[in-house]
Design a protein. Sequence first.
Length: 165
Amino acid sequence: MLKRIFKAVDRAFVFVEDWSLFVAVAFALLAAMANVILRKTTSINLYWSDEVVRKVIFFTTYIGCSVAIRSRSLIRIDAVPQIFPVTKKALTLLSHLAVLVFALLMVYLGVKMTVSVYHDEYARTATLQIREWLFYAVLPLMGGMMFIRTLLVMVEDWRGSAGEG
């Protein structure tokens, strides 16, 4: 039962991560390409395309953190376990705990920042005048996804090591 829930959560996260990243990057790429083509062939300049690209980089960086956990590509101590294999489990646990603490901080601080910017009626993007709180809302979302993803990886590691013994 628990395994089925973990798989469902994982599938949902994969769907959200992959499609949101695909759509965001595709939109930024199209906006940037259209701006370059229009600027070189006509006198038209899409003044907003640079802002779109910057916001997409922001979004993909944070959502990419959850993807990095999924693919086990998050930065961690790697040299010590290769030299001293006995330290691998302890350092992996330490790494997971550090990510959990970081994720909780991102949720806490992200919510505070999002609420603060939400109440500032002048906090808008420079060219498109989109409310900035929408972009800050990515921080607690990313923190929550990182926290859940890390728990899933920890259970996977625990079951893997428990099955070996």
